[in-house]
Design a protein. Sequence first.
Length: 360
Amino acid sequence: MKTDSSKKSYSYKDAGVDIDAGNSLVDAIKPLAASTRRAGADADLGGFGAIFDPKAAGFKDPLLVSATDGVGTKLKVAIDMNKHDTVGIDLVAMCVNDLVVQGAEPLFFLDYFATGGLDVSATRDIVAGIAEGCRQAGCALIGGETAEMPGMYAKGDYDMAGFTVGAVERDQLLKADTLNEGDILIGLASSGVHSNGYSLVRRLITDFDLDLTAPAPFDESINLGDALIAPTRIYVKSCLAGIRAGHIKALSHITGGGLFENIPRILPDHLVADIDANAWTLPPLFKWLAELGNIAPRELATTFNCGLGMIVAVAPEHEKEALSLLADQGESPITVGRLVKRTGDAEQVVIQDLEKAFLQ
């Protein structure tokens, strides 16, 4: 086939896809992936697939656990701020926090990044955040996919998804059937909104014409935008330490659906989580959101984490040891309730004094 020199010759770059930019990005992120190396993976990029060796990671009879998630519309806040170096941490956190609730250690992570036109600098910042999240979680960034799709995304917009695989020894898998009446519930402090509820957050930003660069109304030491995109806390290493010490019986990652929807996911049918809202102070960020949007306490606790990013269930005799260990691991743990017997078709989460505590 011959080209006609009298006619325009089209190229992929003319259509909006820059392969050279993609190659430059791969070169830029190779050192980031290499920084996440761990036993079982060499974290090299460039092949069609990546290999992980569970035996080299020290597992004898492992069950594999997988999770996938995204960051949601929190990305739009980061895009509006032109700040891209923390959303990668969010991406990893949303996946690996879901693994550790099974008792699993995250082994490796892959990402999918899609945009209308590749900005190598911004994308490198994003991948730097992913690498940082992987380091915090102790897993290897072993691959991913970058998709440049002009016409699918507005200029400057992007979306991403994460995929992670972990392992747990067969006899160490966390199961709901180990929970008993009287078990203690410990809350681990969140770092902010984390990565759920941002469609409501963004609606408030728009309706009240908020300036993301202005000091936060609840904390003048930080601007509002930075407070809203504070990265999701990664609980993997602290929770694994508690699990391996024999203290932790179950974990609930407080994501979409808040306290009311996520805690029941770990409970057997005959138990109820009885939580005291006076046990912790609603962080100023959530109090401000509630006041700004006139959000009812029940709605607030069904949309946001309200300051508790992970709920830990322990036997009463392990409460003190678990609190001490988790604090030593850098968490801010506090006893927030206990498990009680369920009667009839009662709700599986009861938060005592919710309205009083959240509205005061």
